[in-house]
Design a protein around this ligand. Structure first.
Ligand SMILES: NC(=O)c1ccc[n+]([C@@H]2O[C@H](COP(=O)([O-])OP(=O)(O)OC[C@H]3O[C@@H](n4cnc5c(N)ncnc54)[C@H](OP(=O)(O)O)[C@@H]3O)[C@@H](O)[C@H]2O)c1
Length: 211
């Protein structure tokens, strides 16, 4: 697959490296050319540093992995407002939460993913990859389940394939309106973990059932 990654930080490099390992072609675009070049080197494989606009052109999927406050800037730099992401699956792993506290920072009660959809008109936004730390995508980790939310079947299918490619099991919770719930789960986990409580101890061990 041809993948674009916006962002040059820990998660961008973690997922970019995992996807290049399985043979995907990754273009990475960030606001700093030096950091973008360094990120491409850390991803390895065929990863190349380009501008944000080039990173979203002709891609089967784009991951936007920048901090919540940087999202409008990077999407603007990628030409999202002019439709550069229209029709493209856009994976949003953002945790728009206060560091160490977990409270959601989106001002109007909407999910970060819904804001991303507003900043990138026509993009097929999928919430994914926000719940696990980036080192989960290193080789040899125990398999986990990555829960997705999105409104577009095609984009959900592509995101699910990219989840499988990093050794995890994809599950679709529902449409993008469920993204807020997924983001609150991250806030819950972060809030407990940073206050010294194992989040797993605060969840019931409910057996899986089918309707
Ligand atoms: N790290 C994780 O384990 C993890 C796990 C799940 C989800 N996430 C989410 O993934 C996203 C990235 O996290 P991270 O840990 O990779 O962060 P990070 O290592 O701190 O990197 C942040 C990235 O955002 C960019 N950025 C910040 N402000 C910007 C702006 N105004 N314009 C353009 N780019 C800007 C930074 O660019 P510069 O370097 O040029 O400042 C950098 O590329 C966040 O939303 C985070 O909540 C992270």
């Amino acid at each position: 697959m041809r993948i674009g990654i916006l962002g040059t930080g820990v998660l961008a490099v973690g997922l970019g490296a995992a996807w290049t390992r399985v043979g995907h072609e990754v273009l990475v675009g960030g606001r700093s050319p030096d950091k973008t070049a360094a990120a491409a080197v850390r991803m390895g494989g065929s990863a190349r540093a380009v501008t944000p606009a080039d990173a979203v052109t002709g891609r089967h999927a784009v991951l936007v992995a920048v901090s919540w406050r940087g999202l409008p800037d990077i999407l603007r730099a990628a030409g999202a407002a002019d439709g550069s992401l229209t029709g493209t699956p856009l994976i949003d792993p953002t945790n728009a939460v206060e560091h160490g506290v977990g409270e959601l920072l989106t001002a109007d009660g909407r999910a970060a993913a819904e804001h991303v959809a507003g900043w990138a008109p026509g993009a097929q936004v999928v919430k994914a990859f926000h719940l696990f730390p980036a080192d989960q995508w290193n080789e040899g980790r125990r398999p986990v389940t990555v829960v997705l939310a999105g409104d577009h079947e095609n984009a959900l299918g592509i995101a699910a394939a990219l989840v499988r490619d990093v050794g995890a099991q994809p599950v679709v919770l529902g449409g993008l309106s469920r993204a807020r719930q997924l983001e609150e789960v991250a806030g819950f986990v972060i809030g407990l973990a940073f206050s010294g409580v194992d989040p797993n101890s605060a969840l019931p061990r409910v057996p899986a059932t089918r309707n």
